[in-house]
Write a protein that binds this ligand. Sequence first.
Ligand code: C2E
Ligand code: MG
Ligand code: MG
Ligand code: MG
Length: 259
Amino acid sequence: MEDRASSSASENSAEELQRAVRKGELVPYFQPEYDLVSGRPVVFEALSRWLHPERGLVMPDRFIAVAERTGLIGELGRTILAQAGRRVADWHRRGRRIGLAVNVSPSQLRPEFATTMVEFVRALGLPEWTVTAEITETPALSETCEEVETMQALIAAGIGVSVDDFGSGFTSIEALGRMPFTEVKIDRSLMRRPGAEADALAIEAIDVARMRHAVVVAEGIETAQDVARAKGWGCDRGQGFFFSPAVPASDVERLLAAV
Ligand code: C2E
Ligand code: MG
Ligand code: MG
Ligand code: MG
């Protein structure tokens, strides 16, 4: 689907991306996480989309790495949290008490990040425990003091901290055990991989999560069989195209009304 032109365009788009963030072209789409027992959508994950005036809908794999490399990721994260937070606060006021998850790059985990995020969530009037920061696992995540301390500060303030994409290859069970978290998201590559080895890794991660009283979410649920497998592993929630892809804010009401 991606041609060479759009790929090289994205690699040169740091300045364009900065302008786009400031012009409000970066918006959150929302993908629900379903409670596997009640079958209801309980949390919405904000996933960035670039509504490009000429190129149309641009996906995060075209711009998140650019934003990380050029130091724009903080500003991008703030605009997504601001927009998504306002939407969720609005849904709360209308009686829809759903949670919000936002993605956070490890490079954002500076000490001031926790303070800023907590203040922001409080200013919106959202209960801290309804908001989760999803942090993508990286090789160094559990080793860097500043990052671990920021994760601890978020948890101490009542914000959820999720280890995103567990099983995608970087984090071992041992490293997971050393990390502060309130949630683990099992990467969709594990769901796509059949067999006992993938089952064993998922179940081991879930054992660690249970000892920490953490929530477990399975990503990449595409079929009814995937739902059964996630339940068999012992996951609390599922997310994936079987339930719903990420949708614009205007479609969230429809997803909430369907249950
Ligand atoms: P992620 O946080 O692991 O999000 C899940 C990705 O998998 C999303 O891709 C989602 O659309 C896709 N997905 C969901 N269900 C399924 C499924 O059943 N099958 C398949 N094949 N895919 C599924 P998306 O939206 O393209 O985002 C990609 C990644 O970009 C995210 O992975 C996250 O790491 C990053 N990202 C997105 N928005 C932000 C952001 O605002 N800030 C930061 N730092 N990272 C972001
Ligand atoms: Mg995520
Ligand atoms: Mg993920
Ligand atoms: Mg993933």
